[in-house]
Design a protein around this ligand. Structure first.
Ligand code: GDP
Ligand code: MG
Length: 166
């Protein structure tokens, strides 16, 4: 099986960290500064049974200027071309920026996974349930997968679920 996967989410939710972790080497620029990733970065993960190309998109955020609008267009066009979209949110900090992206996702037909990142920051994993409910009410996600990109938690499951959609 082979296919293409795009990562989207607000700046700083952990897209580059997840990508680097899946690929096993640093391929995207990581920073605490929002929007370090200006371009789509293609990286390939090859396993015995699967080859998956990941695209790290510039954050789809509400544009403040012309360059911002262009970046949103680039990100959205990428989402139409891929097999799976990974929409990343932060377990401890969901916010209005997520809503903006969810509304953009309504424009595409590609299956969207909700990837709830940074679960290592949760005091109690039970906090996930109301969060999942909240997101479920807003959008029909193909899958919902809590992960920690930093600690590598649940990434194998995420990868296997992605492969099952290819
Ligand atoms: P991007 O803007 O979405 O690409 O986000 P980055 O990958 O650059 O990550 C932004 C910040 O969040 C960095 O300081 C990362 O180390 C941190 N981060 C990413 N994933 C996790 C995670 O699973 N847990 C924690 N605690 N921090 C994370
Ligand atoms: Mg990034």
């Amino acid at each position: 099986r082979s296919g293409f996967v795009a990562l989207v989410g607000r700046p700083n939710v952990g897209k580059s960290t997840l990508l680097n972790r899946l690929v096993g080497q640093k391929v995207a620029i990581m920073s605490d500064k929002p929007q370090t990733t200006r371009h789509k970065i293609h990286s390939v993960v090859t396993r015995a049974d699967a080859q998956v190309v990941f695209l790290d998109t510039p954050g789809i955020h509400k544009p403040k200027h012309k360059l911002g609008e262009y970046m949103v267009d680039v990100a959205l066009s990428a989402l139409r071309e891929v097999d799976v979209v990974l929409f990343l949110v932060e377990a401890t900090a969901p916010g209005p920026g997520d809503e903006y992206i969810i509304n953009q996702l309504r424009e595409i037909k590609t299956p969207v996974f909700l990837v709830i990142n940074k679960i290592d920051l949760l005091g109690n994993k039970n906090e996930l349930l109301p969060l999942i409910d909240q997101f479920r009410q807003k959008f029909s996600f193909a899958e919902i997968v809590p992960v920690s990109a930093l600690e590598g938690e649940n990434l194998e499951r995420l990868f296997n679920l992605v492969v099952s959609y290819l």
